[in-house]
Write a protein that binds this ligand. Sequence first.
Ligand SMILES: [Zn+2]
Ligand SMILES: [Zn+2]
Length: 304
Amino acid sequence: MEIKKIRCYFCRQIKEGAVLSHYNLKVCVDCFPYFFRKRVQETIEKFRMFNQKEIILVALSGGKDSMSILKALKDLNYNIEALHIDTGIGEVSEKARETVQEFCEKESIKLKIVELNQEINLSLKDLSKISKKPICAVCGMLRRYILNREASGKTIVTGHTLNDEVAFILKNMIFWNDELLSRIDPVLHERESLSRKVKPLCLITEQETKLFCETMSIKYINEACPHRSEVYEVFKKVVLEINNNFPGSIIGFYKGYLKRQKSFYLETTKSVNLQQCRSCGYITVSEFCSICRLKEKVLKYKNG
Ligand SMILES: [Zn+2]
Ligand SMILES: [Zn+2]
């Protein structure tokens, strides 16, 4: 985002700042963190995400989105802990690990690091081959599994932004994945995801999380994951393009979707038969969960 001389809406002074065309608002670099935290607080309250007393577990990747929500929640005096999953894919992972460690130490935030290959001791590449799924899908599956287990009942905060949410909706509309579309919600309740999962950045753009990190001098990982899903990236680009051309349109689209969703999908669409995995207890649609089935395949593979 371009930083230039503007008259700030909040302090009324002419200072260095940005034009948030998304809100039709000019804000200086000193007032922006206040504005950002206020937006986060409003979102938490609007969707009744959590309160100041409960312990919240923030899934911390080291990217700008999760780093900015962690810092905002800390500043807003929430009771937070962080969990970082080390994906073990070389330099990017090492840098991410260092970044989150350094930040949590400085901010006195309790951080737990779990290594992805602790769950199944095989490279993502091999797991992708065995499961016949893209690396990104296997990685996501494992990360969700670990996150739910480590949360053990605590509410999980993820760094999903408005851009992520809208890209996800568009993607699932283009391919008509009704099951996923029916479940879109800034608050995923316990039953659907094992632990309660909330997205306090769901009304905030990536332009803003970047600006928050910059104005607060928060270091973050800028490198994209080498295995990221190309399909999803296409939709992320489309969303950015739409919002650049029609500022504020994606927030309108997202809010509109949440409002209309109930009439698109009746409660019956939502009620897939969830049960506990017979082996590990993880919530799943079949007898054994995807991770236990993958472990079984790995065992067969290893035994030839
Ligand atoms: Zn100002
Ligand atoms: Zn299982």
